[in-house]
Design a protein around this ligand. Structure first.
Ligand SMILES: [Zn+2]
Length: 163
């Protein structure tokens, strides 16, 4: 579920980066779908992000596709998503969207245990939503620092488009 005001904020940002957010509600479609979410589509070359079902898409989903489109030069099936997780977080803050909602939207995001060196656990992967508040904050801090290092977030904590 995505609200009108969330859509407007995302749309303005995407357009400012030379892309398009297209709402195209339908049940049957043959356009290329974003990985793992058939309610969204991404045209990487054309910088077009499609929402096919407003009820089943969250703003966090769109932010993630924006990451695929603007925060990496790699094609969606070849990109390292973890590289732009901090970018996604920075963008949520830049657009004054709800961090709480974004965390909920990403509750099933898989974090690999190697990024949580202080935790001993037999599981290899953690759901982002399962992490406690302290771990989550340090993880986000580390990811934003990394995003700055690879220059997809600037020194004013703004997520920037690199393509
Ligand atoms: Zn993805």
């Amino acid at each position: 579920m995505i609200t009108k005001s969330e859509i407007n904020k995302l749309k303005r940002k995407i357009e400012s980066w030379g892309g398009e957010l297209i709402i195209q509600e339908r049940n049957n479609f043959h356009l290329p779908c974003a990985p793992f979410n058939s309610n969204l589509g991404l045209n990487f070359r054309g910088k077009k992000i499609y929402i096919y079902n407003l009820d089943k898409v969250s703003f966090g989903d769109v932010i993630h596709e924006m990451g695929h489109c603007f925060a990496t030069k790699s094609l969606p099936n070849k990109s390292e998503e973890w590289n732009f997780f901090g970018w996604e977080y920075a963008l949520v803050k830049n657009l004054r969207l709800s961090i709480k909602k974004w965390i909920e939207n990403n509750s099933a995001y898989m974090v690999q245990y190697k990024y949580l060196p202080n935790i001993l656990n037999s599981k290899n992967l953690f759901d982002f939503g399962d992490l406690n508040k302290n771990i989550r904050s340090s993880l986000l801090k580390e990811r934003v620092a990394y995003a700055k290092k690879i220059k997809i977030v600037n020194k004013n904590n703004e997520a920037i488009a690199i393509r």
